[in-house]
Design a protein around this ligand. Structure first.
Ligand SMILES: N[C@@H](CCC(=O)N[C@@H](CS)C(=O)NCC(=O)O)C(=O)O
Length: 243
């Protein structure tokens, strides 16, 4: 049975998996589970991933969620090591990066992505504070992680970069951050986006952040609920529709 990827194009971890599959020519079929329509929380999808999150894969009955685990699983099972080199030092630098990615980078960047795009409940977005948090992350990323390297784990792009470029693109394309203050990060993002597949996977996001979306109030909730601890905020977030 062909590998199935459950994904949402506006989800940065989904885009990282899509780019990885395509760049490695891994046969797969994609099933769009619309976060915007609440499909991640449908009874059918919850049977596949009880956490109700994308990306998720089904590899002949073996279900995997968490995009980092998916990327590693795909590299190992398909024996494609271009983006996960079999070098313990490179792999350790990747391992060392992910806690920073999950605990600092992603939460602040997503909050800002929502804030800049008008997707947070009234009063939940303080632009100055939100931008400051992202800038703290960018400073650390610039001065420590990219200090003397082209990519996170050295001179070669790895899965850690797949995660990061997709995440940071959410604020790279639409925010008032002065990226010239973080010249290594800016050069890094441009370098990653030179890859036509990585660039293509980010195109839905570019269209989205250019303002081709409007927010509609809805009581459904369930939109990126992993980000919100409080269900009342989720209910206010509403539904987004492309216009
Ligand atoms: N830690 C997970 C995060 C997955 C995640 O947050 N997915 C979001 C989209 S980016 C989602 O599916 N949200 C659905 C919902 O909140 O209902 C990963 O790295 O894969």
């Amino acid at each position: 049975m062909v590998l199935t990827l459950y994904y949402e194009p506006l989800s940065s971890p989904s885009r990282a998996v899509i780019a990885f599959l395509e760049l490695n020519n891994i046969p797969h079929e994609k099933k769009h589970i619309s976060v915007l329509k609440g499909e991640t929380k449908s009874p059918e999808f919850l049977k596949i991933n009880p956490n109700g999150l994308v990306p998720t894969i089904d590899d002949d009955g073996f279900i995997v969620w968490e995009h980092e685990a998916i990327l590693r699983y795909l590299a190992e099972t398909r024996r494609v090591y271009k983006y996960l080199p079999q070098d313990i030092k490179v792999q350790t630098l990747i391992d060392q990066f992910y806690p920073f990615f999950h605990s600092s980078m992603r939460p602040h960047v997503i909050h800002a992505f929502f804030g800049y795009n008008g997707l947070l409940p009234a009063g939940a977005w303080n632009k100055e504070a939100g931008r400051k948090k992202v800038e703290e992350v960018l400073k650390t990323f610039d001065e420590i992680h990219l200090k003397d390297k082209k990519y996170i784990a050295g001179d070669q792009i790895t899965i850690a970069d797949f995660s990061t470029v997709n995440e940071l693109a959410q604020v790279y394309f639409n925010s008032d951050i002065d990226w010239n203050k973080y010249s290594r990060v800016k050069a890094y993002l441009e370098r990653c986006l030179e890859n036509p597949v990585i660039k293509a996977t980010n195109i839905p996001l570019i269209g989205f952040t250019k303002g081709n979306a409007q927010v509609k109030k809805s009581s459904r909730g369930g939109f990126w609920s992993s980000i919100f601890c409080c269900s009342s905020s989720r209910e206010e977030v509403g539904e987004i529709q492309k216009v």
